[in-house]
Ligand binder design. Structure first.
Ligand code: SIN
Length: 533
């Protein structure tokens, strides 16, 4: 058994920001199922919101966030996170992060959908990579931080799981060491989930392969409350190309003048929203979905070719080069795009300090639902949320749960593998994986109906049974763990969607096409009894 003062799962902005703070106060294990460079953070293009222009104000950023959130934002959370942005940016700069600047030294500020002002700090079009590289380099210098790559967190261990009555408290977790196939028992009274989202439950996504809902699924199995999983954000503009399936065309391209056009070359967004191509994402994604169905075309286009080549290659070098690598010259022709799953606005329910309903278990970033995003996230608010809430989580732990404070230490029994066999046919895993992603795309994506959700739910129940059988009969491997988490997360999305009888933000259903304004908007909450033993 390995014991740490803090166990962090995930190496995006949330996990690394927390670990860098905690390292001065105890030993920190940072687990990641692949290499630490791979995270949703590292793939973020657009940037991070912060009020920095004299024309802008905290009030305007708060109002834009609440407007996008369609009645479900927690106003105190929005207020606190928006006002904490300058300090979060200063902390990143202190770790070496370089944001683009104007010749006069002020920040170069981008614009994205739903923002009434320019307030997106960026590092060209690879902001996430810049943040991830600098925080990771700083973490590697800390002797108290141990980054354990290829360690796949399987399940959380809580007092309820061990059979104790009373408050459910975290005591550790089991993780698969993917290199030697051994399952390791980790003990800690402070576990911080920073595992990102679940884009991979959908056939088309802008997310990296690691985004399989692991943190959500683990927390739910352990008995944590999960909220608002029906609100999956579809980014309107994922590159449409058979060789490159999940490359994002940042909203910043539209912020710098890119226009959405149909196959006839005509702008179409003005017919849907006065903000045109820069309307909030739920509106743009639904409009594109509608246009694609209406015209029978496979995609629409973002046209930025009216800007100079010099400008495009300097501001969007990654997008320009990547498109060019598949034969699309963005300085001369429109870029074909389709919507794709991008961000999970719901997650493990937490307060603004990352605390979940399980004592000692915290969740930060996309895995969590603090109430910042409500029913639809405002673009580039998420890196900010990760950085701010990570700091607040650390401060909360130091006030309420310092290392050594827990009166009783619980023993965590070792994992029992029994006589499970090796999975002899990975094909069964891949088959189920494909089936989940396809059915979620067909039945549970941008436009939903009761009938489609019912179909999805029935299929998922069968798949869950099958996956559970594999889980007990075969030796654990990463593919099986991801499949188990995917089916769990997909089921949470469907269950939440089925219980919302209205359209709101990112949840759009043809059966109830408007918000139910006859009562105050409510979160969708799910909690299950933790399994003991
Ligand atoms: C983008 O660059 O369009 C993504 C930004 C975000 O999802 O916040």
């Amino acid at each position: 058994m390995r014991e740490y003062d803090f166990i962090v799962v995930g190496t995006g902005v949330s996990g690394l920001s927390f670990a860098l703070k905690a390292a001065a106060h105890g030993r920190v294990a940072v687990l990641t199922k692949r290499s630490p460079e791979v995270s949703n953070t590292a793939w973020a293009q657009g940037g991070i919101c912060c009020v920095a222009d004299p024309q802008d104000s905290f009030e305007a950023h708060i109002a834009d966030t609440i407007d996008a959130g369609a009645g479900l934002c927690e106003e105190t959370v929005v207020n606190t996170i928006v006002r904490s942005a300058p300090a979060a940016i200063d902390a990143m700069i202190a770790q070496g992060v370089n944001f683009d600047r104007e010749p006069d030294g002020s920040f170069s500020l981008g614009k994205e959908g739903g923002h009434t002002q320019r307030r997106i700090l960026h590092a060209r079009d690879t902001t996430g990579r810049e943040i991830s590289e600098k925080l990771l380099a700083a973490a590697r210098h800390e002797k108290n931080i141990e980054i354990l790559d290829n360690h796949f967190a399987i399940d959380l261990v809580t007092t309820a799981k061990l059979g104790f009555k009373g408050e459910n408290r975290i005591v550790g977790l089991y993780a698969l060491d993917e290199v030697n196939g051994k399952i390791i028992t980790f003990r800690s009274d402070r576990v911080i989930l920073c595992t990102g989202g679940c884009g991979r439950v959908y056939l088309y996504t802008t997310n990296p392969k690691v985004a399989t809902g692991d943190g959500i699924a683990m927390a739910y199995r352990a008995g944590a409350t999960v909220a608002n999983m029906e609100f999956i954000q579809f980014h309107p503009t994922c590159l449409y190309h058979h060789e490159l399936k999940n490359f994002l065309i940042s909203e910043a391209v539209r912020g710098e003048g890119g226009i959405l056009i149909g196959r006839d070359g005509k702008e179409f967004m003005a017919a849907y929203d006065p903000r045109g191509s820069l309307a909030p994402r739920d509106i743009v994604a639904q409009a594109i979905d509608h246009e694609i169905k209406r015209t029978g075309g496979p995609c629409v286009y973002v046209d930025i070719a009216h800007r100079s080549k010099n400008y495009i290659t300097k501001r969007f070098p990654n997008i320009y080069e990547t498109c060019l690598s598949v034969g699309i010259d963005a300085a001369r022709q429109p870029i074909p795009v389709v919507p794709a799953a991008h961000y999970q606005c719901g997650g493990v329910q937490t307060d603004i300090d990352g605390a979940t309903s399980i004592a000692g278990l915290y969740a930060v970033g996309e895995v969590a639902c603090t109430g910042l995003h409500g029913a639809n996230r405002l673009a580039s608010n998420s890196l900010l949320e990760g950085a701010v809430v990570a700091t607040r989580t650390f401060e909360r732990i130091m006030t309420h749960q310092r290392p050594g404070d827990i009166a009783k230490s619980y023993n965590v029994p070792d994992w029992i593998s029994g006589d499970a066999e090796n999975v002899d046919e990975l094909v069964v895993i891949y088959h189920n994986w494909d089936e989940i992603r396809r059915l979620m795309w067909d039945y549970v994506s941008i436009a939903r109906t009761d009938k489609r959700l019912k179909r999805a739910s029935t299929r998922l129940q069968n798949l869950r049974r099958e996956v559970q059988e594999f889980y007990w009969n075969f030796k654990i491997c990463p593919e099986l763990l991801e499949l188990r988490n995917l089916v769990e997360t997909a089921s949470l999305i469907v269950e939440c969607a089925q219980s919302r009888h209205e359209s709101r933000g990112l949840h759009y259903t043809l059966d109830f096409p408007s918000p139910n304004d006859s009562m105050p908007a409510q979160d969708t909450l799910l909690v299950r009894e933790p399994v003991t033993g």
